[in-house]
Design a protein around this ligand. Sequence first.
Ligand SMILES: C[S@@+](CC[C@H](N)C(=O)[O-])C[C@H]1O[C@@H](n2cnc3c(N)ncnc32)[C@H](O)[C@@H]1O
Length: 282
Amino acid sequence: MASVNESELQDIELELFVRALQRRHGYDFSEYAEASFRRRVQNLLMHFKLRNISQLTERVLHDDASIGEIVARLSVPVSEMFRDPDVFALLRTEVLPVLASYPHISVWQAGCAHGEEVYSLAILLSEAGLYDRTQIYATDISAQALAVAREGIYAARELRTWAANYLRAGGAHTLSDYFHSRYGHIKLDESLRRNVVFATHNLVSDAAFCEAQLILCRNVLIYFRQPLQHRAIGLFHDSLVRGGYLCLGTKESLSFTGHADAFTAVDARAALYRRKDYSHAA
Ligand SMILES: C[S@@+](CC[C@H](N)C(=O)[O-])C[C@H]1O[C@@H](n2cnc3c(N)ncnc32)[C@H](O)[C@@H]1O
């Protein structure tokens, strides 16, 4: 019988956990960056007060009710409104004027977490007079995160940061024009949700599904290994019109994905790219 130490045992348990999630529920985390994935599995053990990963695997196999929470906690739904305000300022000045030349605008926000960026985009488009002719597809792997996003209700303690972000992003009013406050929470205006479709979509296994002029997928690829980043960028390429814009997170880039030649960088620091083969006037 081969002897294994504690860390080798954990490797085996982790492998079996990932396999169980994939085979039993179709969620494949095998191409996620290892260090951060391991941290999130450890957090799950603490959350469920479990002694080892095998007990978590047991839940995956036999307790369907906990899958939503397991996926939500493995996939880090952390965000804020107008996160990286300079990027939103750039979208306002560089991208929206080009989008304005389309009679109908489609935007895909992949990995939308609790919807903070979706509503930020809706505000941006609305202030540019474009929201009425825009459809936003907001997707995420986590059904739990999407349920929060649909509600559009957030803790009021976030407001100071978000209001400052909004102004730095070139906001034309004050953020409070877009929500109602109640009992320590804010609820975003219903009108911002009017043209948003929230849907589950897994960048690991699902196909391209729209023809968008703008795709935002920020702070998602950092959790993926390179082959999975490559797959996701391929999906975005196939889902963009020619000349369409792709905006990644500021710590992300498409340089190493094998798709770099299909895009030009509009602003590399903001990770804002444009699909080549322009057929539409800039
Ligand atoms: C850190 S949040 C980013 C939220 C927002 N885009 C931002 O930058 O503030 C990462 C989001 O990606 C989602 N995600 C992780 N893996 C995914 C996958 N395979 N397909 C779709 N979404 C995924 C998570 O559920 C989470 O909501």
